[in-house]
Design a protein around this ligand. Structure first.
Ligand code: NAP
Length: 302
């Protein structure tokens, strides 16, 4: 692959990492009219973007040196560290890490970047690659507000909502992990439920019609959890933890009877049993969230 002239790329965006998400970010940047520099460990992934006008840089340092904003979007923070070690010197632009990881990794990375004089913003992309560049995209950022404000003209090309959550670099990753918790547990629940339905001879399409209704309960429940966790009162106006305990026992037995692994249900059951043993059986489900928070952190949050 040829490397086109990298001069005159002021006000450019550099995108480091060209997996599905990195390619979507680079395509959105190009569509917004920004000169777009690319680097990827496997340069072949840049071919289509180069055909659209992006410039492939031979090294991380070459891509970053010329950019006003340097986006890293690779598989994890270890890969980000490997990519950043190729910078050679601090880029003049802000380094925006949009790779997934947890809050402590983001804070460590921010500290590491600060030691090297790199202007660092952390971020978390909440929506899938096809949303990038559309109104459906949501990207969270945390780190110095001034860096976010200065980078916004480029970040806005990724579409949708660009939300700054505060100066602590770990905040965006903290939101991402808690939301991924919700997503992975929900997807796990969906997979488990379809498996149980199939073992009972229920056609997947017939099951999906009713499964959609369960999913539709979650938005109101999220608001109710938030209200009750904020007020610290857990009146069970709908269902109690004790009733959830009896429901989960039915499903666990049904799964075990059909040879579907009951372990996920047993995990939920043990959480419920601990809450009941602590005297919260008559409370609402939101109390389960509070009972999962370690005591020292619950104390600190008050
Ligand atoms: N895809 C989505 O819809 C989506 C949604 C939200 C968030 N995200 C987050 O966005 C990030 C990127 O995701 P993705 O879907 O584009 O693909 P991915 O499979 O998570 O990551 C692929 C990218 O990481 C690079 N990479 C892996 N190990 C590396 C290393 N040791 N050194 C340098 N580069 C390395 C790959 O380079 P090679 O091409 O050379 O292998 C490629 O550019 C992830 O953190 C992901 O969680 C993705």
């Amino acid at each position: 692959m040829t490397h086109r002239n990298l001069d005159n790329q002021s006000a450019a965006v550099a995108v480091l990492g060209l997996g599905p998400m990195g390619r979507a970010l680079a395509a959105a940047s190009l569509a917004a009219g920004h000169p777009t520099l690319l680097w990827n460990r496997s340069p072949g992934k840049a071919t289509a973007l180069v055909a659209q006008g992006a410039v492939l840089a031979p090294t991380v340092a070459d891509a970053a040196r010329r950019a006003s904003v340097v986006i890293a979007c690779v598989i994890n923070y270890r890969a980000v560290r490997a990519v950043m070690s190729g910078l050679e010197r601090s880029p003049r632009g802000t380094f925006v890490n949009l790779s997934s990881g947890h809050a402590a990794e983001a804070r460590d990375m921010a500290a590491w970047a600060a030691q090297r004089g790199v202007n660092y913003l952390d971020g978390a992309i909440l929506t899938p690659a096809p949303t990038i560049g559309t109104p459906a995209a949501t990207i969270l950022y945390s780190g110095p507000r001034a860096l976010f404000d200065d980078s916004l003209p480029w970040l806005e090309s990724f579409g949708g909502s660009s939300v700054h959550l505060g100066a602590d670099a770990g905040t965006a990753a903290a939101y991402e992990m808690a939301l991924l918790d919700l997503f992975t547990m929900s997807v796990g629940g969906l997979a488990h439920a379809f498996a149980l339905a199939i073992t009972e001879g229920i056609p997947p399409t017939a099951f999906a019609r009713f499964a959609r209704g369960i999913g539709g309960l979650l938005p109101d429940m999220a608001d109710r959890f938030a209200d009750q966790l904020t007020s610290g009162t857990f009146a069970a106006d709908v269902s109690t933890i004790a009733s959830a305990g009896s429901a989960v026992a039915h499903v666990r037995d049904a799964a075990a009877a059909r040879g579907v692994d009951p372990a996920p249900l047993q995990a939920v059951q043990s959480i419920i049993e601990r809450a009941v043993a602590a005297g919260h059986g008559g409370d609402s489900y939101a109390r389960l969230a509070q009972s999962l928070v370690p005591a020292d952190l619950a104390e600190a949050a008050r």
